[in-house]
Design a protein around this ligand. Structure first.
Ligand code: ADP
Ligand code: ASP
Ligand code: MG
Length: 440
C-alpha cells in the first residue's frame, strides 16, 4: 500500500487534476490518494466563517457566491461529457446549498468546522468524477469515517487504524482509494480538522495506520529546500533528511510540511518522499531513519513567538523550581519550544497567546516576569552539529548585528536554535544562507 498526498496547488486547476490522475496510475500498487482542497479554498472558507462570526451575512453571502462561480468554471474545464458535468454540478449544488443554509441559521464554532470541511469534500468528489469519466477504477474513502482526534485534539494511530481497516474490509478489492486530507471527527463526533496544512498530517497518519510502503507528499516545489524559498532567493533541494531533521524543520516553520506530520511515519519507519507535481521527474527529498551526511542541512523560521523570562534571586539553587514553572505550562496545555537557564533566570518560548494571561498570573509568585511578543525562532538543522567543524563559529560570525535574545544548543544533536525579533527574521535567514551555505 502506498500513500500519495496532493496539496492545494497540485489540484488547484483542472489541468493539474488531470496531471494528478496520470501520476497515480503510473504503477499498479494499491494506493490511498489524499487530496487537499483546491488552492485558495480553505482561505476563502475561513473568510466566510469570519464574516459570519462578525454577523456580516451579506459579505459571507458574496464570498460564497464568488467561490461557487469559481467552482462552476472549474467543473466545466475538469470534465467534458455532459453526464460528468451534470454530476459535478450536482456536487456543487449540494455543498453550496449547505453553505447557504448556514447563512440562515445561528452560527457557532462547530458549524465553522463544517464550513472548513467543504473544500476537501468537494475536491475529492470532483476528482472522482474525473476518474470515472476517464474509466479509472477507484473508490471514495470518506475520511470522516476513520480519521479522528481525541479529547485533547490529538490524533491517535490505533483507533484510526481500527476504523480504517474496518472500512477497507467492508469495501475490498479496489486498487485505488481517494480520501480527504485535513478533515476528521473530534471526540464529540463532530466534524473537525487537523489545523491548517493538515493534509500532510492526514497522509502520514494514514501511512502509519495502513503500514504503507511509502508516504509521498506531492506539492509545488521539488522537495525540502535548505532555506525558506519564500524569503531567500537562492535555495536548493535536499536529497535526504532523517526523520529527526525533517520533524525539526516542519515544527519550526518549513511550510512544505505540517508541523506534526513527521511523527506518525517516523513511529512506523515509513519513508516520506517530498515530490513536485509540476516536475514529477525531479528527485525531491527522501525522509528516512538515517541522515546521509554530517553538518548543517537547512534553516527554518517560525514567527509570532512569545518569549517569557522569569527572574528570581533564589531561583535555580532551589530544586523543584523548574518543575513548578513547567507545571504552570502543563496546566494550560501550552508547549514550551525553547528554554535556556542561567543562575538567576529562566527564559522560554511559547507559540500561542491563548492562555497567556492566566499563565503570567500564575508565574508571578516565582519572580519578575518579562514578556516579549513578536519573536521568531530560527532553527538551524543538521546531523551531529556538535561534531561538525566550525558550525557554531560560522553561524555566529554570519549574524552581524542581529539581536539574538536566546540560543539553545545541545538539546538534541541536530539543531541550534536562536530567538530574534520578527523584524529581523528575513535578514537572519538571508545572512545564514550566506554564512552557512555561501549563497546570497
Ligand atoms: P501544499 O499546498 O502542496 O501543501 P504548501 O504551500 O503547504 O503546499 O507547501 C509548499 C510551499 O512551502 C512551497 O511552495 C514553499 O514556498 C514553502 N516552503 C517553505 N519553506 C520551505 C522549504 N524549506 N522547502 C521547501 N518549501 C518550503
Ligand atoms: N486545505 C487545508 C488548508 O489549506 C489543508 C491542507 O491544504 O493541507 O489548510
Ligand atoms: Mg501544505
Amino acid at each position: 500500500m502506498k500513500i500519495m498526498k496532493f496539496g492545494g496547488t497540485s489540484v488547484g486547476k483542472p489541468e493539474r487534476m488531470h496531471q494528478v490522475a496520470e501520476l497515480i496510475i503510473r504503477d499498479n500498487e494499491e494506493k490511498i490518494v489524499v487530496l487537499s482542497a483546491l488552492s485558495g479554498t480553505t482561505n476563502a472558507l475561513v473568510a466566510i466563517g469570519d464574516s459570519l462570526l462578525e454577523g456580516d451575512k451579506s459579505t459571507a453571502k458574496s464570498k460564497i457566491d464568488a467561490l461557487e462561480a469559481h467552482y462552476q468554471k472549474f467543473v466545466e474545464d475538469l470534465v467534458l461529457g455532459e453526464t460528468a458535468r451534470a454530476k459535478g454540478r450536482a456536487v456543487l449544488s449540494e455543498h453550496f446549498e449547505f453553505l447557504n443554509i448556514i447563512l440562515r441559521i445561528s452560527f457557532n464554532e462547530a458549524l465553522n468546522k463544517d464550513i472548513l470541511a467543504q473544500g476537501e469534500l468537494m475536491s475529492t468528489k470532483l476528482f472522482c468524477i474525473y476518474l470515472e469519466e476517464k474509466g479509472i477504477g477507484h473508490m471514495l474513502l470518506p475520511a470522516l469515517e476513520f480519521m479522528s482526534i481525541d479529547s485533547h485534539d490529538e490524533p491517535q494511530i490505533i483507533p484510526i487504524r481500527a476504523k480504517l481497516n474496518e472500512w477497507l474490509s467492508r469495501h475490498p478489492g479496489k486498487q485505488l482509494y481517494i480520501t480527504q486530507g485535513y478533515i476528521c471527527r473530534n471526540a464529540r463526533g463532530e466534524v473537525d480538522n487537523l489545523k491548517r496544512g493538515g493534509s500532510d498530517y492526514s497522509a502520514s497518519l494514514i501511512a502509519a495506520a495502513a503500514n504503507a510502503s511509502v508516504c509521498e507528499i506531492w506539492t509545488d516545489i521539488d522537495g525540502m529546500h535548505n532555506n525558506d524559498p519564500r524569503v531567500v532567493k537562492k535555495t536548493f533541494p535536499i536529497e535526504q533528511l532523517s526523520f529527526d531533521e525533517a520533524a525539526e524543520l516542519a515544527y519550526f516553520g518549513a511550510k512544505i510540511l505540517h508541523p506534526a506530520s513527521i511523527w506518525p511515519a517516523q513511529q512506523y519507519k515509513i519513508p516520506v518522499r517530498l515530490l513536485n507535481t509540476m516536475q514529477p521527474e525531479a528527485k525531491g527529498t527522501i525522509i528516512v531513519e538515517e541522515a546521509d551526511s554530517m553538518g548543517v542541512k537547512a534553516i527554518a523560521a517560525k514567527d509570532g513567538i512569545i518569549g517569557i523570562r522569569i527572574k528570581s534571586s533564589r531561583m535555580l539553587l532551589a530544586y523543584g523550581f523548574l518543575r513548578k514553572i513547567f507545571e504552570v505550562f502543563e496546566k494550560y496545555r501550552t508547549p514550551i519550544d525553547m528554554i535556556t537557564t542561567s543562575e538567576v533566570a529562566v527564559s522560554l518560548t511559547i507559540d500561542t497567546a491563548s492562555n497567556l494571561d492566566q499563565i503570567l498570573k500564575e508565574l508571578e509568585p516565582f519572580g519578575d516576569v518579562e514578556v516579549s511578543k513578536g519573536q521568531t525562532i530560527i532553527s538551524v538543522v543538521g546531523n551531529q552539529l556538535a561534531q561538525s567543524k566550525g558550525v557554531l563559529s560560522k553561524l555566529f560570525a554570519s549574524l552581524e548585528d542581529v539581536p539574538v535574545s536566546m540560543v539553545s544548543y545541545g538539546g538534541s544533536p541536530h539543531n541550534v536554535t536562536l530567538l530574534v525579533p520578527d523584524s529581523h527574521k528575513v535578514t537572519t535567514l538571508q545572512l545564514l544562507n550566506r554564512g552557512l551555505f555561501g549563497l546570497d
